[in-house]
Write a protein that binds this ligand. Structure first.
Ligand SMILES: [Zn+2]
Length: 204
């Protein structure tokens, strides 16, 4: 069977390893890259290199940042007593777009999904507990997505935090069940944030 030369095969394979990219799409993208001029293609390569070399996860909240601690965590105007837990950095951006939240964040880096082999220890749940243990946190807002895995991740975290003196809330059901926070409108997100429900109050 005829096959592409090794560099083409390698490019297709690399592209196909990205989530949501099947072999056919990878092939199409690879040929698009081969057709494009060198400058354009190198821009893509350089963007990937910079993202990997210059970006890292915030030492406090796991947001993506260029420095040790992200801008939000280092902002003295932020309320460090309130921590909003989101699945991914893109959800954090969605919450920020409401202009209504002035606390800090904790990025879980995923959600509990047993069927996909994602267990709590692969997320940043332990780091969240450490933050709560430090005693500075008054409220943890669980803003995982309103779908099966997001809900069970929220449930897991609320159980995990029960042992500590912290109020735990869940964003309101304003976001249609099954839809994603990253795609929710600002108004819906603001409402969900404002209408959050207390899962357990802070022990006194
Ligand atoms: Zn941070």
């Amino acid at each position: 069977m005829a096959s592409y030369s090794k560099p083409v095969e390698d490019l297709i394979e690399a592209l196909a390893s990205l989530p949501g990219i099947g072999h056919k799409t990878a092939e199409r993208l690879a040929f698009h890259i081969l057709r494009s001029d060198r400058e354009e293609a190198m821009k893509l390569a350089e963007a990937i290199r910079r993202a990997k070399d210059d970006l890292r996860h915030c030492a406090v909240c796991f947001n993506i940042t260029e420095s040790e601690v992200c801008e939000i965590c280092s902002d003295p105007g932020r309320d460090r007593q309130v921590v909003c837990v989101v699945e991914q950095p893109k959800d954090l951006l969605a919450m920020e777009s409401t202009n209504e939240y002035h606390g800090v964040y904790h990025v879980l880096m995923g959600r509990i999904a047993p069927l996909q082999g994602v267990t709590p220890d692969q997320l940043t749940a332990a780091a969240l507990v450490e933050r709560v243990k430090s005693g500075q946190v008054r409220e943890v807002i669980l803003a995982t997505n309103p779908d099966l895995e997001g809900d069970s991740s929220a449930l897991f975290l609320s159980k995990l935090l029960e042992a500590y003196e912290v109020k735990v809330t869940r964003i309101a059901k304003g976001i249609p069940s099954g839809s994603q926070i990253e795609h929710a409108s600002r108004t819906i997100l603001s409402d969900a944030l404002r209408g959050r429900q207390v899962l357990h109050p802070q022990a006194t």
